[in-house]
Design a protein around this ligand. Structure first.
Ligand SMILES: Cc1cc2nc3c(=O)[nH]c(=O)nc-3n(C[C@H](O)[C@H](O)[C@H](O)COP(=O)(O)OP(=O)(O)OC[C@H]3O[C@@H](n4cnc5c(N)ncnc54)[C@H](O)[C@@H]3O)c2cc1C
Length: 424
């Protein structure tokens, strides 16, 4: 490690940023770590927002992100700049511009600014129309439900939309899902498995409308949303609309910095975006050798593992710079098998690996009718993904196979953990 005290700036005070800061300390970095975050809240966990918090089962105080080790987050000795937006980056001078005009010098920079929901054009300023990304978003939607909202229209059936639909349906609201694609969750799970998800929502009484394009939203004289207009001329009454039509990586503050921005901050295979700059979490894109694609992953688990990896990569770069390129630390590639879960009604859905571009999807354990199953995704002669519904232990077994690059034939022949064999 360099004898000179160094400064690292982390932009994005959430899962990837905090995990990076924690790893920097774990790896012995004793210099200053400044964490800049535009939300006023200390880092918190987002997955419960569309689940336990929206359901009214948890309050916000249960969401605080913690770290390992004695003393918790305080022991990391971080210099917090919350409620502060980074608005620019000067790569050559190695400094970050804050919205108030102040510059923060750095030796190393972690970019972990996540993503922001897309808005529905024409919905600005209409009360009762929400996206769900932040704690404040969640509390606003929950307040509407608590205040008696009855008719929810969810626009977009990705994971956030599907979870909001499930949680609000469980709370007793009339729920309509509008999805432009032929199935819900199609981008994440593919068509066959997306169709299973559509059935699950319908079984719970959700009106699932597929191939449905929204033409606009109408408000009443009080400025509240009253109905959703569809491109086919139909209308749906609504007193609450949640828009879940995907996210845009938060890279606007990096425009003109010289970093490569293309649906995220493009990093190399080791998470390095530029000399002394690494990217992590939802905002970062990197080439995966394992899957042969430029990946950007919007999952909780990836934010954690990539945050930690990026921190180690940054330290390797700083050591290298200090040692004139002769550092003992190695720059390892980042090439995980991504994994996520989603909770909808009483189903736990987990996907390891990739589903996009699959040549075949095959149920290898349980059945989709039973809604307890494992399905595998094949690309060529490889197994590239595994989807499990209420089958966590099996998912893990198949995830291991994907991690070691198993062939399709090996995956089909693999024993399924016996304890959870489907009940006949
Ligand atoms: C409602 C919800 C439910 C989810 N459920 C699941 C789930 O069940 N399973 C799963 O695997 N994943 C889930 N996720 C995804 C998971 O939470 C994200 O992948 C994870 O939060 C990404 O972490 P991150 O640190 O990369 O980005 P974020 O958590 O988005 O954090 C980025 C932070 O940077 C801040 N920021 C942005 N721009 C700037 C700037 N210019 N200056 C300063 N700060 C800035 C943002 O405000 C934000 O606080 C869910 C996400 C949401 C929103």
């Amino acid at each position: 490690m360099n004898a000179r005290p160094q400064a690292i700036v982390v932009v994005g005070a959430s899962l990837a940023g905090l995990r990076a800061a924690e790893e920097l300390r774990c790896e012995g970095f004793r210099g200053r770590i400044t964490v800049v975050g535009d939300e006023v809240h200390a880092p918190y966990d987002r997955p419960p927002l569309s689940k336990q918090v929206l359901a009214g089962h948890w309050d916000a105080d249960r969401l605080a992100l913690t770290v390992g080790g004695d003393g918790g987050v305080d022991a990391l000795d971080l210099d917090w700049r919350l409620g502060t937006r980074a608005s620019g980056l000067d790569l050559r001078a190695r400094r970050v511009l804050l919205a108030g005009g102040e510059w923060l010098d750095f030796d190393g920079l972690v970019i972990a600014t996540g993503a922001t929901p897309r808005r529905l054009p024409g919905s600005e300023g209409l009360a009762g129309v929400h996206t769900l990304r932040t704690l404040d978003d969640c509390l606003a939607v929950r307040a509407e439900v608590d205040a008696g909202a009855r008719r929810l229209v969810v626009v977009g059936a990705g994971f956030i939309g599907a979870e909001v639909a499930a949680t609000c349906r469980t709370r007793g609201l009339d729920v309509t899902i509008l999805e432009a694609l032929p199935v819900p969750l199609g981008a994440a799970l593919g068509e066959e498995m997306g169709a299973v998800m559509a059935d699950i929502h319908r079984d719970h009484g959700v009106d699932v409308r597929l191939g449905a394009a929204v033409a606009g939203l109408d408000g009443g004289v009080d400025g509240r949303v009253e109905r959703v207009r569809l491109a086919d001329g139909g209308t749906i009454e609504a007193d609450l609309v949640v828009v879940g039509i995907g996210v845009v990586p938060n890279t606007a503050w990096l425009e003109g910095s010289g970093l490569t921005l293309d649906d995220g901050v493009v990093c190399d295979a080791t998470t390095l975006a530029a000399p002394g700059v690494v990217g992590a979490g939802d905002v970062a894109r990197w080439p995966s050798r394992r899957f042969g694609e430029l990946m950007r992953v919007e999952h909780w688990d990836n934010a954690i593992s990539m945050g930690a990896h990026a921190a180690r990569r940054l330290l390797a770069w700083l050591d290298d710079e200090a040692a004139g390129g002769r550092s003992a630390r190695r720059a390892e590639p980042y090439d995980p098998v991504p994994w996520f879960w989603s909770d909808q009604y009483d189903r736990k859905i987990q996907l390891a690996g990739r589903s996009a571009g699959a040549d075949e999807v095959r149920v290898v354990d349980g059945s989709t009718d039973e809604r307890r199953f494992v399905a595998l995704y094949r690309r060529g002669d490889r197994v590239v993904g595994a989807l499990a519904m209420n089958r966590p232990r099996q998912l893990l077994a198949f995830q291991r196979l994907i991690e070691r690059g198993a062939t399709w034939a090996e995956a089909l022949a693999a024993p399924v953990p016996a304890a959870e064999r489907p009940r006949q």
